[in-house]
Design a protein around this ligand. Structure first.
Ligand SMILES: NC(=O)C1=CN([C@@H]2O[C@H](COP(=O)(O)OP(=O)(O)OC[C@H]3O[C@@H](n4cnc5c(N)ncnc54)[C@H](O)[C@@H]3O)[C@@H](O)[C@H]2O)C=CC1
Ligand SMILES: O=C(O)C(=O)[C@H](O)COP(=O)(O)O
Length: 327
């Protein structure tokens, strides 16, 4: 049993719904009666930041108060899967555990990408553009079959695997890229990142679902886009800075890439005067691919598993979100 002074948990906006907040309170009390659950919006006057042992979410407005050696912060439960925005060096310095929300977006992002893949292969995106100018022109629209496309998913984690699983049900064979090229369920082949350009050369579609790290910043640069087929498509749901926006823009403008879709940009929001808005054959969505109505319950599953493990032996568990609602 982890023995600390009475703990506090600072809650962020995630517990906006009262019903969820009370379920959390109840479960936390059951698991560890000596812990208090304190909402960031309802801090009592007597509250001291040193009491916080765990925080759910991280907000610059108050988080800096938790980052110095005098605080008792032991664990940050990030709500998002991507943790590139967090002060990771400070966490390491103070020995603060970190867990993320990886898994809760697998259903929604894979659905989002399926939509994009069908839009591209069946010519729905150019057809929508034609409709805007009242144009009836069937000859120029693509009409490919999804199952005949060579698809590379870069990042074979929770989201990548769920997409590959769904694609396998549609008769597609999908290759994947991860750190070491280790075998991963639902992928016909897997390669290390060093094979990116070779995979790009033979792919009809490349999809980025990588975390943003120093290794993946500007990974998709001019050389990458030059390696892709002129008829190829590129989709990014990972993080905006993994793409060199100038290189993407240039490839689209020069018709060296047939279609691209980005759900994440650099910076976010994309400024109104950014030239990407007017790039040909580009579909931009405002970081919505991960949104899901089941967000709070899926997140709660992760947090409570981790919490249980944390109070028992001061460690965390591996995220495994149940995908029962999937197909
Ligand atoms: N657009 C959106 O709304 C969302 C975007 N994301 C982004 O997607 C990313 C992935 O999410 P999950 O699939 O849940 O993560 P995950 O941790 O389950 O999977 C990450 C995958 O990336 C691979 N990887 C990491 N670094 C690599 C490198 N240097 N070279 C090659 N492969 C590497 C890992 O091997 C693993 O296969 C997040 O980090 C986040 O940036 C996540 C959720 C929502
Ligand atoms: O989890 C991630 O990573 C995402 O990108 C989410 O879709 C949204 O993240 P935040 O809005 O919580 O940063």
């Amino acid at each position: 049993m982890y023995t600390s002074a009475k703990g506090g948990i600072v809650l962020k906006y995630i517990l906006s719904k009262r019903s969820f907040r009370s379920i959390y309170h109840e479960k936390v009390q059951q698991l560890a009666p000596d812990y208090q659950l304190v909402s960031i919006n309802e801090l009592p006057d007597s509250f001291r930041w040193e009491q916080v042992v765990i925080t759910i979410g991280w907000d610059k407005k108050w988080a800096d108060k938790l980052l110095h050696s005098a605080t008792n912060l032991k664990w940050v439960q990030s709500i998002s899967a991507g943790v590139d925005y967090l002060p990771l060096e400070s966490f390491a310095k103070y020995g603060i555990l970190l867990s993320n929300g990886s898994g809760i977006h697998a259903q929604s992002i894979s659905d989002h990408l399926l939509g994009l893949l069908l839009m591209k292969t069946r010519g729905l995106f150019p057809a929508m553009q034609q409709q805007m100018t009242h144009t009836w022109e069937s000859e120029t629209l693509p009409y490919d079959n999804l199952s005949e496309q060579v698809i590379t998913i870069v990042g074979t984690g929770q989201i990548g695997q769920e997409l590959a699983r769904k694609l396998s049900l549609l008769g597609c064979s999908v290759q994947g890229i991860n750190t070491t090229g280790r075998k991963t369920p639902y992928f016909s082949q897997t390669y290390p990142l060093t094979n990116l350009h070779a995979c790009a050369q033979e792919s009809d579609i490349v999809i980025n679902i990588l975390p943003l790290t120093e290794d993946t910043r500007h990974l998709y640069d001019q050389t990458f886009f030059q390696a892709m087929k002129k008829t190829g498509s590129f989709m990014n749901v990972g993080r905006g800075p993994s793409v060199d926006s100038h290189a993407l823009l240039a490839a689209l403008q020069a018709n060296e890439l047939a279609f691209a879709s980005i759900d994440v940009t650099d910076p976010e929001p994309l400024p109104k005067d950014d030239p990407l808005w007017d790039a040909p054959n580009l579909l931009i969505t405002p970081h919505i691919s991960g949104q899901t109505a089941h967000f709070q319950s899926l997140f709660m599953e992760i947090f409570l598993k981790n919490f249980s493990s944390f109070i028992q032996n001061h460690s965390l568990t591996k995220n495994e979100v149940s995908l029962e609602n999937g197909y």
